[in-house]
Design a protein around this ligand. Structure first.
Ligand SMILES: Cc1ncc(COP(=O)(O)O)c(C=O)c1O
Length: 362
């Protein structure tokens, strides 16, 4: 077999450790996972019911057109269905977008500390990732736009940015859009947009009308609590959408995910509860980090970066042995930091208690 060079260079993605793996490896049972920005409240009970109701229909292929899910999204977002595409998580959609525009040697621009899958997917299609240093831990949009060349095909705007947490402001984005050539795709990855409280966060979907090179990516994995079902969606100009839909496989959004997505959109009360809990958790984390004298990055998301001033792998291993799974910052190039998902108040308190014991003993 002759594997393509691009594949040979691919790096493994280090996902958050599953609870079952920690149980197996360490033989402990009381474990909390604050490592993958999952929803600590689970999903809406309305979704659970919809899943149960459809569970005896899994012998059937899902609707290849995603008719019901697109209809529900179209009503919820107030956009026509021909501007919508769905897929197996926004992770797949990132890959699909790369496959649509990248030829070997083409460039895609991203923040130096941003979602790793932009780099992986760029590499897969022989593209080159141009990583722009962060500004106050957020994306430096001006410098990202400065880096555009005639080989640039995509600029990835992750907002809130994973793993750091800040957003891109409306005025910054508007300024950037004026400078970005029309043939460069502007991908707004809004996986965590439900958690944003800052009023300077731009409403990007209406901008697509004037910026046909803009794609907005969203997911049911975070606030909706459906990470295990793998459902993401995107909004783009209808011509862009048609190309994307021509690449996505006919059955990439499974039957259960389609039904769950429709039910999830109907329960906005659940989202309100999720966002309120997260907001309370964020404030608690800020207060406790200040009390412990630990630097942190203010976040608009459901995770927070905390600087322990210690070897982050040592700290995360020590937390793991106490049954708390988090992500060491060195995975993202931020040595000494931890990325911690904001959990239930009980989980947040347990994390802080264990962290306090570790940092006090250093
Ligand atoms: C910024 C960002 N984009 C996209 C994704 C992919 O999400 P999913 O494939 O579950 O929709 C994630 C997951 O962590 C993320 O953090």
């Amino acid at each position: 077999m002759k594997v393509r060079d691009a594949v040979l260079g691919l790096k493994a993605y280090h996902a958050g450790k599953p609870i079952s793996e920690v149980k197996r490896e360490l033989g402990i049972t009381d474990i909390i996972k604050l490592a993958s920005n999952e929803n600590p409240l689970g999903c809406s009970p309305k979704v659970t019911k919809a899943i149960k109701d459809i569970s005896d229909k899994v012998n059937l292929y899902p609707d290849a057109s995603n008719f019901e899910l697109k209809k529900a999204l179209s009503e919820y977002l107030n956009v026509p269905a021909d501007m919508l595409f769905c897929g197996t998580g926004s992770d797949l959609l990132i890959r699909v977008i790369c496959s649509m525009v990248l030829n070997p040697g083409d460039e895609s621009i991203m923040g130096e500390v941003s979602f790793q899958r932009y780099e992986d997917s760029t590499q897969l299609f022989g593209g080159k990732s141009i990583k722009i240093p962060m500004k106050n831990h957020g994306l430096d949009l001006e410098k990202m736009v400065d880096a555009i060349t005639d080989r640039t095909k995509i600029i990835w705007i992750c907002t809130p940015n994973n793993p750091t947490g800040p957003i891109v402001y409306k005025d910054e984005l508007e300024k950037a859009l004026k400078r970005i050539p029309k043939d460069v795709l502007v991908v707004m990855d809004e996986a965590y947009h439900e958690y944003v409280e800052d009023e300077r966060y731009p409403q990007t979907i209406p901008m697509i009308k004037d910026h046909k090179n803009m794609i907005v990516l969203r997911t049911f994995s975070k606030a909706y609590g459906l990470a295990g079902l793998r459902t993401g969606y995107g909004i783009a100009d209808k011509e862009v959408t048609a190309y994307i839909n021509s690449i996505i496989g006919p059955f990439d959004t499974n039957l259960i995910a389609q039904v769950a997505g429709v039910a999830a959109l109907k329960d906005q009360e659940f989202i309100k509860r999720v966002v309120e809990l997260n907001s309370k958790g964020r404030k608690y984390m800020y207060k406790e980090c200040s009390r412990l004298g630990l630097e942190y990055i203010e976040t608009q998301s459901n995770f927070i970066m905390i600087n322990t001033g210690m070897d982050d792998k040592v700290v995360s291993d020590a937390l793991l042995r106490k049954g708390v799974i988090i992500r060491p910052g060195s995975l993202f190039g931020m040595d000494g930091w931890l990325r911690v998902t904001i959990g239930t108040m009980e989980q947040n308190e347990r994390f802080i208690k264990e962290l306090e014991a570790i940092v006090k003993n250093k």
